[in-house]
Design a protein around this ligand. Structure first.
Ligand SMILES: [Zn+2]
Length: 421
């Protein structure tokens, strides 16, 4: 068998490891922080710079680019059949504040490497393959919500509502996008939404399981569901020096009692339930005032919808039946149902890893991703690669070069399989 036959049988072999790592090293400098991470908030100058550089690389290769009204950026390698819906792959270039270099970027650069590798090897596909950068996956760090671009693309939030989302400085997504469009003015505009044959996202695991197992590729089968609730505990403000404690309606005291009770009620021995209170606001937040009002947000995640329903009911009941001097109000903010991928998609990833002799294991995604929105349009799956000690959303986030390469090889293999359909 000749080298070229091997390459076309297993396209993953043509991935250029040195180029992929060099691309990462370049992007590591875009929004670099002194502690070795990146600070590349959604639609910031740094986020725009990363996209600009990517477009530059695409232009060098002659890959056509396009940007839609939500700022999603598409880079395409044509297929034989120009009318066939593309196979898409990609992730995000934006980051959480002072966060890691690989969350999002590894998926963008793996998809771009797939296009370049196929081009180098002269592998023709029936369908076009498109590398995509979704706008503001980490948008929640700046705007009120995340996965901004993929949600608009999938029609899960209207474009008008998307553009009207506003950051704490009063800058809307629409206004921020004007700068992005200006930076990328040479990139042709395309309408929002298009048919997609299939979507595959490579992402870091953001958890410790692959590393613990010593396995470089995670075959993602599900994304667990997420619900968010806001609880408001209302008491009465009073002077902290003069008000006797037995007469107080201390909203902080009741709120921590409720949180403690819910922490216990939601803990399970197999440690599958994810219960977090990550936001806690005390009013008026003054040392000499007994707090009159406390608001906190519960983030609840689980792969099973029945369990999410049961816990939602339990949390609501315990809040509303809270037996203290203060009253607790409960409201659901967000609901993302658990998602199980069409089995043939993770099967393709598993087969691709096998063909390349790269060990893989099945895994659940604990975090939400752009992929969940794409799932309403087409078959989807994800490829996870290990990150050191599972650390993510942190400047210390790190991924071994060989894992970046292994993931990109499996991704390339899968994309070609799908693009020949
Ligand atoms: Zn991410």
């Amino acid at each position: 068998m000749s080298a070229s036959e091997t390459a076309s049988d297993t396209p993953g072999f043509c991935v250029n490891a040195r180029r992929l790592i060099a691309r990462h090293e370049h992007m590591n400098r875009v929004g670099a922080t002194p502690a070795g991470g990146v600070h590349r908030l959604a639609l910031s100058a740094e986020d725009n710079q990363a996209r600009f550089d990517l477009v530059g690389w695409a232009n060098e290769r002659g890959f056509p680019c396009a940007i839609d009204p939500a700022g999603n950026l598409f880079i395409t390698r044509s297929g034989r059949d120009a009318d066939a819906a593309p196979v898409m792959s990609g992730s995000h270039t934006d980051s959480q504040p002072y966060a890691g270099r690989f969350d999002g970027m590894s998926g963008v650069l793996a998809a771009f490497e797939a296009l370049e590798a196929l081009d180098d090897a002269g592998i023709e596909t029936r369908r076009p393959i498109t590398a995509v950068v979704w706008t503001g996956e980490e948008g929640g760090a700046r705007f009120p919500v995340g996965t901004i671009g993929s949600m608009a693309f999938a029609g899960r939030r209207s474009l008008a509502d998307t553009l009207a989302l506003t950051d704490p400085g009063g800058v809307s997504v629409g206004a921020a996008l004007q700068t992005t469009f200006e930076v990328l003015r040479a990139v042709p505009r395309c309408p929002l939404g298009m048919p997609v044959h299939a979507f595959v996202e490579l992402h870091i695991e953001q958890g410790p399981l692959l590393e613990q197992a010593g396995i470089p590729v995670g075959v993602v089968t599900d994304i667990q569901g997420m619900r968010r609730f806001i609880v408001e505990v209302v008491g009465e403000e009073a002077h902290s020096g003069t008000s006797p404690r037995r007469m107080r309606k201390d909203a902080f005291k009741d709120a921590i009692a409720i949180v403690g009770d819910l922490q216990d009620a939601c803990s399970d021995p197999p440690d599958i339930v994810r219960f977090t209170v990550g936001r806690f606001e005390v009013h008026p937040n003054a040392p000499s005032v007994v707090p009159g009002r406390v608001r906190f947000v519960i983030d609840l995640r689980h792969p099973d919808i029945a369990e999410l329903d049961r816990l939602t009911e339990l949390i609501a009941r315990r809040c509303l039946q809270h037996n203290g001097p203060c009253r607790a109000h409960f409201r659901e903010l967000t609901r993302i149902e658990p998602l199980r991928f069409e089995p043939r998609m993770p099967n393709l990833v598993e087969e691709a890893a096998k063909a390349l002799a790269i060990p893989s294991m099945r895994i659940l995604s604990g975090a939400n991703h752009d992929t969940s929105h794409l799932a309403s349009l087409c078959p989807v799956t994800m490829i996870f690669i290990p990150c050191e000690r599972g650390i993510s959303h942190n400047e210390a986030e790190n991924v071994a070069n060989e894992n970046l390469v292994a993931g990109a090889r499996v991704l390339t293999q899968v994309l070609v399989r799908l693009a020949q359909e």
